[in-house]
Structure formats: structure tokens, C-alpha cells
Design a protein around this ligand. Sequence first.
Ligand SMILES: [Zn+2]
Length: 292
Amino acid sequence: MRIAIGQLAHETNTFSQVRTTVDLFKVWEWTQGEELLDRHTGVMDYLGGMIDRGKELRIEIVPTFAAMANPSGTITQEAFQKAKNLLISSILNSGKLDGICLFLHGAGVAEGVDDIEGEILSELRSILGSKIPIVAALDLHGNITETMVKKADALLGNIDYPHTDSYERGSEAIDITARIIQGKVNPEMALSKLPLLIPTTTSYFSPIKEINEWCEEWEKHPEVLDCTLFHGFPYSDIPHAGVSVITITNNEPSLAQKISNDIAARIFEKKDEFFSNIAVTKESHFICFLPK
Ligand SMILES: [Zn+2]
């Protein structure tokens, strides 16, 4: 079994004046081919989890292209096109593949493209068709779109903030890709979006802790593969910014939608809890969320 892995990740603050260029990506990561394996093997990040789990399952992991920049302003059209083209052309030049497993942040915005992840997934899907599974791990700060959900077979997200579970999510992404290839599961995803922007909020305490527990409860259902709360990234002036829930079931689309809607409705009832203890220091304008 051959699965290609890659990454194009950025958390874009559209209010920042700092444009994110190729040079800014290169400060963090702009790697191709085998170099990707050297850089991520043994590292507790998404790609590190994909590489290790691939080895455990005796899957041939095919490195393609990885780009990531520190959170900063809108990605220039040039940087996005270059990174997207390198990722897609590396995948297409990888020989016969059984699946594709990516880390895409979920909150990337480029000049003229509000949903870079949706565009990457759409382009891959239009070239590769529906026979090759495309799975992506995302950051829980991703601003999720229907396009992303329609074009991917499965989208997984962090559960923890601070993000201490990126390695596990990468590992899980390989697992689900392999299970789709083997015909063991047929993921059906459903998104529920809330008209709600929340400050960056830790998962160590409630309300996030409690919401994650609701998702865990649903995950005990035998046909539920995954249920994830996406906090969204509020510092982004785009139509789809905000909180959302993705549920993935095995071949049960209406159950997936029911669960996403259930969690979303319960979050909305608790929405005031996200704002009740915000402290703003006058000196630095630093905003900090203090849970109850
Ligand atoms: Zn994040």
C-alpha cells in the first residue's frame, strides 16, 4: 500500500499587515521529497505521526511537499500558487498511489482565495477522481467550509489546545486512510457551522473540555468514526470564520448530520461562557480567556 503525505499549512490573520510570502514560509518549512522524511521522522507533529504509523502498518509512505509558515497575514497569490502547485505536482509525480494523507491547517487565506484548503482539495479531487481517498488532518482553529467536507474523504482535527495531540491526529489520519483503502470503512462526513466567533480558548477547562466530552460520548457509538469540535480562527475577515463541528460515521450520513447538529446546538446554548471572563490588559491589549 502506498500513501502520499504532504502539508500546506498556515493560520492566516487577515487583519495583519504582514503579507505571507515564499520567504516567510521558508523561515519555517518549504521542503520536498526525501527531505520531508528527514525533517519529520521522530517529530511529534502531524507528519511525524503519519510517518510512524505508516511504518507500524507496513505502508509505503511517499513524501511529497511540505510548506508551513508562522501565523501571519494573508498569503500572497504567488506564494499560494507556488506551494499548491508544488504539493499537487509532487503528488502527481509520485507514481501509483493508493491514498493521500495531508496536513492542512484549515484557516489559510490567500489573496483572492478565502478557503485555500477547499481549493487544494477541490483541485486534487478534480484531477484524481473519487477512487483515491484523500484524508486531511486539520488544526482545531480551522475555519471549515462545505467545500472542504465535500472534497475530502475524512477531515480530522486536534482535540487539545494547546495542541499536544498533533502527532496522534497524524497517526489517526493514516489509520483511516488505510482502512478506506482496505474497504473496511466508508466515511460519511457532516458539518454543522455556528454563527459564533470565540476567542482562542484552552481545552484544559470547560466549556471546551465539556464539549470535547460530548464528542467523546458520541464516538462510543459503533458507527461513529470521529466527532471533532473546530474552534475556528476569529482573526480572519472571511465569511466562513467561526466554530463548527464535523462528525464522521461509517456509511451513515444522516447519523453524522444529527450528531454535528446536536453538538452545535448545545454549544450555542453555552456560547456566553466563552466570553464571561475575558481579561484585557490596557498596556499590551493582550486578551486572555480565564475559564470560570
Ligand atoms: Zn491552532
